[in-house]
Design a protein around this ligand. Structure first.
Ligand code: FES
Length: 124
């Protein structure tokens, strides 16, 4: 069940161009909508860790370690197939695909469905 009670227009396509984000208040909640690789994402701007403005954080690809046969890290590299939003308060990372915390899946962001309708952007 969505945390947004009804379909609500929050902005237009140009407002999410060039990695910009739309911040809006819907049903008393602060939400953020952004586009990444041609897809819209929407979340409540409330970190489940300690209530920080999580959606003001940077997007970053997952970092993976490459290990040798003894388990020692020989290289770290970016996995650009999995992107995360990094909360600016304490650095907790959440996967943008589903909002689940990368380190502890019991924490997750509240997702909001965001879609284009022509050039308008709606959440529901
Ligand atoms: S409030 Fe977001 S990581 Fe602590």
């Amino acid at each position: 069940m969505s945390i947004v009670s009804q379909r609500t227009r929050v902005g237009v396509r140009a407002e999410v161009a060039d990695n910009k984000r739309i911040m809006a208040h819907v049903d008393g909640r602060e939400i953020v909508v952004f586009e990444h690789r041609g897809r819209l994402y929407g979340f409540e701007n409330l970190c489940p860790h300690m209530g920080g403005p999580v959606c003001e954080g940077k997007l970053a690809p997952r970092v993976e370690a490459v290990l040798d046969s003894d388990g020692a890290v020989i290289e770290e590299r970016f996995d650009k197939n999995e992107w995360r939003i990094v909360c600016p308060w304490h650095g907790v990372e959440f996967k943008i695909e589903d909002g689940v915390c990368a380190a502890d899946p019991k924490y997750r962001l509240r997702r909001i469905e965001a879609n284009y309708d022509g050039d308008d952007i709606y959440v529901s």
